[in-house]
Design a protein around this ligand. Structure first.
Ligand code: SF4
Length: 448
């Protein structure tokens, strides 16, 4: 069969400025992975092409037997437009991804079939059924077995691809209330690829720098330590996600990561309030371990990329000032600030919907930079302005420059990661946020 796999780009509701677009198409720093994983597992008797509109317009006139679109919530409206156009042309359309898995009934209205959960294995079953002309409306992803082998994924993109990407593991068992990744069916099943397969794949990636897209490389420390030991001598440089508990308590893992070529750990701190972390079920984080986790990473000359979310029910307008104070004290190198977003399928979405607090179901606004629900302890404009203010304060030219310079001591790659992620953070914050309207009760957040 002639198959097209479409990957949708996360653009939120904003349009790119000319310079941003030129930079994004010329350099790929964080390449997309999932469409390429789907292409990689597709049996070789099919002809497969991948299209990403960032680089190439979609040719709707071409005859495809099957079009597979993988998307997230903020790209759902656009993915549905693409699906509808292909269906008009009589192509068979399959949808997958976090949004389609969260509300498959909606996705089914724009497709012939929906893959629910991680798409790779369900895709194989769906393809067999399509060949036998007995496609089903929904496919629930079969669980990964220990014997499951996932093929390597080649990242070949137009432009200059700076970073390669791969996943050693799948899923996350922790199921934080707000997390769309693990609240989809099967998303909390944790699966580890055989380490030798991961190493073999890594050797085929031409780029020296890599991003592990795994939800967290600290879920099973013994697996990760073995992976890091086997990476020694490959001369790769990489950054990856990890959780506070292991990074604070397991200095050996942090040490091995440095020896394997790690230049930065990305940590979902989410909040600097233990009360908030307890309320959202973020079991891996203890605020009193933040200092130790960051210290262990910095001690080995690696950078810390911290992610923070605002708008939890426990957050008051004082949360911005408190968070900035802690971030500065911890000396976090790069920070990403998001507005709490109730993605369909999550416990958070169900709770807010029951409470009548969902403000919009215009999915393109579910981009982490728009307030789509009524916060408990502030008005939406305060939440939006607070997050914008966090970017302004954290990325003041002098403060950003100091952090970049500080990482020069950690070698070129740590410097490069901090430099490039700073540029990405500034670009993202400029292009995605909407203007704050100052309605009744609005107070501009104060900062330290
Ligand atoms: S630890 Fe991270 S990936 Fe796992 S459920 Fe929580 S937020 Fe999601």
């Amino acid at each position: 069969m002639n198959i097209l796999i479409v990957e949708t780009v996360w653009m939120g509701s904003a349009s790119y400025k000319f310079l941003d677009k030129t930079l994004l198409t010329a350099f790929s720093i964080l390449p997309t992975l999932q469409a390429r994983e789907i292409a990689a597992i597709t049996p070789k008797n099919h002809t497969v092409s991948i299209v990403n509109e960032r680089y190439t317009p979609i040719d709707f006139q071409k005859n495809y037997d099957v079009v597979h679109i993988n998307f997230v919530t903020s790209t759902a409206p656009h993915a549905y437009e693409i699906a509808d156009r292909f269906r008009k042309n009589k192509a068979l359309v399959v949808l997958s991804g976090l949004h389609a898995s969260g509300i498959p009934e909606e996705a089914k209205q724009h497709s012939d079939s929906v893959l629910i959960g991680r798409p790779e294995l369900a895709w194989l079953v769906a393809l067999q059924d399509i060949e036998q002309h007995k496609i089903k409306p929904f496919y629930q992803a079969p669980p990964f077995e220990t014997s499951t082998r996932l093929p390597p994924t080649m990242i070949s993109l137009p432009g200059f691809v700076i970073t390669g990407a791969l996943e050693a593991t799948r899923g996350c068992p922790y199921q934080c209330d707000f997390c769309p990744e693990t609240n989809i069916p099967g998303g909390s099943q944790y699966y580890e690829r055989p380490i030798d397969d991961v190493i073999t794949e890594m050797k085929t990636i031409p780029q020296k720098t890599l991003m592990f897209y795994d939800n967290s490389l600290t879920i099973h420390p013994e697996y990760t330590k073995e992976l890091f030991r086997k990476m020694k001598g490959l001369h790769k440089r990489f950054f990856c996600n990890g959780n506070v508990d292991v990074l604070a308590r397991d200095p050996e893992l942090v040490h091995l990561s440095k020896e394997a070529g790690c230049v930065a750990w990305l940590i979902g701190f989410e909040s600097v309030s233990q009360e908030t972390l307890d309320a959202i079920g973020k079991k891996t984080n203890r605020v009193d371990e933040y200092t130790q986790a960051v210290h262990n990473i910095h001690r080995h000359g690696m950078a810390v990329i911290g992610c923070f979310i605002f708008g939890f029910d426990t957050d008051t307008p004082a949360v911005f000032k408190e968070t900035l104070k802690v971030i500065k004290k911890l000396k976090i190198d790069i920070a990403d600030f998001s507005i709490l977003t109730p993605f369909p399928g999550t416990l958070l979405f169900k709770q807010l919907e029951q409470q009548g607090r969902i403000l919009t179901k215009d999915w393109k606004n579910y981009n982490l930079k728009t307030v789509v629900f009524t916060p408990q302890q502030m008005i939406p404009e305060e939440l939006l302005a607070g997050v914008q203010q966090m970017y302004t304060e954290f990325y003041t030219p002098l403060y950003a420059f100091k952090r970049i310079l500080r990482n020069l001591d950690n070698g070129f790659y740590a410097f490069f990661v901090v430099f490039s992620r700073t540029i990405i953070a500034i670009m993202n914050s400029r292009r995605v946020f909407t203007k704050v309207k100052k309605s009744k009760g609005f107070k501009k957040p104060t900062m330290p």
